[in-house]
Design a protein around this ligand. Structure first.
Ligand code: TYM
Length: 329
């Protein structure tokens, strides 16, 4: 049996990128694997949430994970900060992570550009904490979107380095996972880049029908094709990418052909995509509302998850400490 681990930072509601990149297809893995799905609340601290927002966001991700189909009877669903073993492993791995490689991480360089006033040490060592999340259960597979590929590569490197340094074969080298397919990148509706929580370019699992329609109508396109069989510009290609994942194949092909013969009307395509998104999101949103009102259930899920995650984490940490030479008197 393989150990699978997936995580989402608690910085807001889940969007389509999170859903397709890290949840939807992996729900079925709960049946055959040892699955851990967790909420990365320590990672959210890099942007300094208020105490009220911190808890609200954690709860929201937990609810939306459940709404998306995670079954706490099958998978372990927990909050990162409920498992102190992760922090200890993070500390230990930090001794073995080097400034140069951390500074070269794309996500760090990105933050250095975007938020030079808050370039804290947590951002620098973000990939080490992520490695600790993964290695604490000695995970084999990590379902992630394309944007996390480099972080996964670093987790593999830290695992390998630990094994080499202590001449053991303790840690697995965790693999980014999408059933052998390329990792997914869901684009945003603003024409460039990926869908994100803070970019204002996303469709969220909690969005109402009319919000979805409005967002789609505002999505960036262009004047339309003028030469047959041309390649769509990025914003239009992005809509096709979303359509390919959300709509059925006939619909996707229909609009692709219309694009190819220059008869496409973007308004029709957007309307169709909005309706297909609504079909996908309505049951999820209804689940979110239902689960959200059941405090006892949410509390129970979090507490059982924490207990199970700590049991697994404790075992790993005990071995790591032994390998490194910690001994009690
Ligand atoms: P986060 O919270 O930004 O995203 C959570 C998951 O959703 C995926 N994702 C996407 N996939 C496809 N297209 C998109 N537009 C898109 N946006 C987000 C991400 O790739 C990710 O799988 N650092 C992580 C959280 C984390 C974690 C971990 C993940 C902490 N520790 C250990 C896996 C393993 C993050 O910020 O993801």
């Amino acid at each position: 049996m393989k150990t699978v681990l997936s995580g989402i930072r608690s910085t807001g509601n889940l969007h389509l990128g999170n859903y397709f990149g890290a949840v939807k297809n992996f729900v079925k893995m709960q049946h055959q694997n040892k699955c851990y799905f967790f909420i990365a609340d320590y990672h959210s601290l890099t942007t300094h949430p208020t105490p009220q927002n911190l808890h609200k966001n954690v709860r929201q991700v937990l609810v939306e994970y459940l709404a998306a189909g995670l079954d706490p009877e099958l998978a372990t669903l927990y909050v990162q900060s409920d498992v102190p073993e992760i922090s200890e492993l993070y500390l230990l791995l930090n001794m073995n992570a080097y400034l140069g490689e951390l500074e070269r991480t794309t996500s760090f360089k990105d933050k250095a550009r975007k938020q030079p006033d808050n370039l804290n040490a947590g951002l620098l060592t973000y990939p080490v904490l992520m490695a600790a999340d993964i290695l604490i259960h000695n995970s084999h597979y990590v379902p992630v979107g394309k944007d996390q590929e480099q972080h996964l590569e670093m987790a593999r490197k830290f695992a390998r380095r630990f094994n080499n340094m202590y001449k053991c074969n303790f840690f697995n080298e965790p693999e980014p996972y999408n059933f052998g397919e390329a990792l997914i990148k869901i684009p945003g509706l603003d024409g460039t880049g990926k869908m994100g929580k803070s970019e204002g370019n996303g469709i969220f699992l909690i969005d109402e029908d009319k919000t979805i329609r409005k967002k789609l109508m505002r999505a960036v396109t262009d004047q339309g094709p003028t030469t047959p069989n041309s390649t769509p510009p990025e914003p239009v290609e992005n809509l096709f990418k979303i359509m390919k994942i959300v709509s059925d194949e006939i619909t996707y092909k229909f609009f692709k052909e219309q694009y190819a013969n220059c008869s496409i009307r973007y308004g029709d395509m957007k309307k169709q995509l909005a309706e297909d998104l609504i079909k996908l999101i309505t049951p999820l949103r209804e689940n979110i509302y239902r689960i959200n009102s059941d405090n006892d259930y949410i509390r129970k899920v979090a507490s059982i998850g924490a207990e199970r995650a700590r049991e697994s984490a404790g075992k790993t940490l005990k071995e790591v400490r032994k390998i490194m030479g910690f001994k009690s008197f």
